[in-house]
Design a protein around this ligand. Structure first.
Ligand code: GDP
Length: 529
């Protein structure tokens, strides 16, 4: 094994940030890049947003809504480690991309607004993390604003997410009374500076003498000391429990005031796991692919169309699992499509560079003409197949209706192709000629309408069908499954792989069907094959 192959994967950390819109993910991302030195002046990431917009302004909706439709990757270095931050779209209209991106992350930072706690989208994204037991570091943000009592926040995380929670720090009040944070392990205190503190972080021992000045209010100091004592009563941090996704360490700060951000990166450096072995099937055998295995392998977790206006190419985001990738290498998908990777892109903060080599835990962008699809495994031999990237039960269902009914065949082809690419899902009801598209966020539907128009020249309307929700149905007993499908013909459809899907009017209907059919499983996710 080459020395680099043995050592490089150990230095990679792949993580994502999960949060509800407005909790501060963008601000935190910017300030993480700043604190790590990946960018040197404030506002640069905002400029990046601008640049991104011009690159992808082929898509009008992206401009109209002023958001970036697709997520990407930002790389920064800290303490000798290379961090790949997988950016999940933060807008309310998030899509399956957001979910799928999480399948390529080894760790997540969950950002909560101190005044709001767990919000609906935090919960949804958390559930996706839980599918793979991704370890989660919690960052409670906006301490410079009045917030909920941290003891209550911790209880809420315990209750709603069923996680063991360990505060690693404790804040001294919040809002106008916010004085700083204590590190409960080292027993040191970091005072909240009146101005943006930037990089001068002075942790001082946490005795009354050293911190008394910061408090200028004896009652406040006393209250804080009492609380910090109580906070020590939580269980000790247990790395294994964290790694298995059962325990979350909690940090506090203010992303906007750059307070506690460096400490959060330190926590990632200390706790985020390096790339691990991944289960796969190789030539029909169940195997574990180790980061240090010689053969290059990985999977595509996202495909972004037309990132670069000059080439109407797609970029496949490829998460490496093993091997030593060299620029120009030939890779194959598990279904035999081959391509030579001459222009692999790496993403340093806001810049892009051609990758000369890459290792497990790296994410490279592979330009291609639509050969690569979401969920594709890609390796030198073409024999390695990773468990699929899941599809998620859509929360929005729409019936596609053509403006020109003579083009039905074209529409079907367009919808199938977009479903294969993973833009939206497609369900063909067993009864009737309708085509139902499904999405996790309404933005996906807009993206699809726009692409059908620009790429296929078809005008299409989307109407609400008589269904609200969908579940994949499986059973160990094929006869029982068939009986259910036959009995519920009007509510059954097939997805793009031909698997049965139950379309229901409400979540209540699904609960009812489940109750009546205990031998069937109604699933909210399905692994893509
Ligand atoms: P996102 O939607 O999660 O990406 O949230 P943003 O980073 O865009 O932040 C939403 C709003 O909260 C913006 O107005 C930010 O300036 C503000 N914000 C973010 N972090 C903090 C913080 O630590 N303190 C305060 N007071 N405001 C913050």
């Amino acid at each position: 094994m080459s020395k680099a192959l043995a050592t490089e994967p150990r230095t990679r950390r792949v993580f994502a940030i999960i949060s509800h819109p407005d909790a501060g993910k963008t601000t935190l991302t910017e300030n993480m890049l700043l604190a790590s030195g990946a960018i040197h002046q404030a506002g640069k990431v905002a400029a990046r947003g601008e640049a991104r917009r011009t690159q992808s302004d082929w898509m009008k909706i992206e401009q109209e809504r002023g958001i970036s439709v697709s997520s990407s990757v930002m790389t920064f270095e800290h303490k000798g480690l290379t961090f790949n931050l997988l950016d999940t779209p933060g807008h309310e209209d998030f899509s399956e991309d957001t979910y799928r991106t999480l399948t390529a992350a080894d760790c997540a930072v969950m950002v909560l607004d101190v005044a709001k706690g767990i919000e609906p989208q935090t919960l949804k994204l958390f559930e996706v993390c839980r599918l793979r037991d991704i370890p989660i570091i919690t960052f409670i943000n906006k301490l410079d604003r009045e917030g909920v009592d941290p003891f209550d926040l911790i209880a809420e995380i315990e209750d709603k997410l069923a996680l063991d929670v360990v505060p690693m720090q404790w804040p001294a009040a919040s809002g106008r009374r916010f004085r700083g944070i204590a590190d409960l392990r080292t027993n040191q205190f970091l005072a909240f500076a009146k101005q943006d503190s930037g990089e001068d972080h002075h942790w001082t021992p946490m005795d009354g003498n050293s911190i008394g000045q910061t408090f200028d209010d004896d009652a406040l100091l006393e209250e804080f000391q009492m609380e910090a004592e109580l906070a020590r009563e939580y269980p000790d941090f247990n790395e294994q429990s964290f790694r298995e996704g059962h325990m979350t360490p909690v940090y506090f700060g203010s992303a906007l005031r750059k307070f506690g951000v460096l400490e959060l990166i330190d926590a990632l450096a200390e706790f985020a796991p390096m790339p691990q072995a991944e289960p796969a099937v190789k030539a029909g055998q169940d195997v574990e692919i180790k980061p240090t295995d010689k053969e290059v392998s990985g999977f595509v977790f996202k495909v972004q169309a037309n990132m670069d206006l000059n080439h109407r190419d797609r970029v496949a985001f490829y998460r490496m699992v093993s091997g030593e990738f060299k620029r120009g290498m030939k890779l194959k998908t598990a279904d035999g499509k081959g391509l030579s990777v001459h222009n692999p892109v790496m993403f340093f903060a806001q810049d892009r560079e051609l990758a000369q080599e890459a290792y497990a835990g790296d994410v490279i962008g592979i330009p291609n003409h639509g050969v690569l699809r979401v969920g594709d495994s890609l390796s030198e031999s073409g024999k390695i197949k990773f468990a699929g990237i899941p599809n998620f039960a859509p929360e929005i269902l729409r019936r596609a209706r053509l403006e020109d009914p003579l083009k039905a065949k074209h529409l079907r082809k367009a919808l199938e192709s977009l479903a294969e690419e993973g833009v939206t899902q497609l369900f063909k009801p067993n009864f009737g000629a309708d085509m139902i598209v499904g999405a996790v966020g309404s933005l996906q539907i807009d993206v699809m309408r726009e692409r059908i128009k620009t790429e296929y020249g078809l005008g299409v309307q989307f109407e609400s069908p008589p269904f609200q929700t969908a579940r994949w149905v499986t059973s160990d007993d094929p006869a029982k499954l068939k009986a259910f499908v036959d009995k519920n013909m009007m509510n059954m459809a097939e997805d793009i792989d031909g698997d049965p899907v139950f379309l229901a009017k409400s979540a209540w209907d699904i609960g009812y069907a489940q109750e009546k059919n205990p031998h069937l499983r109604f699933l909210t996710t399905k692994e893509r094959r």
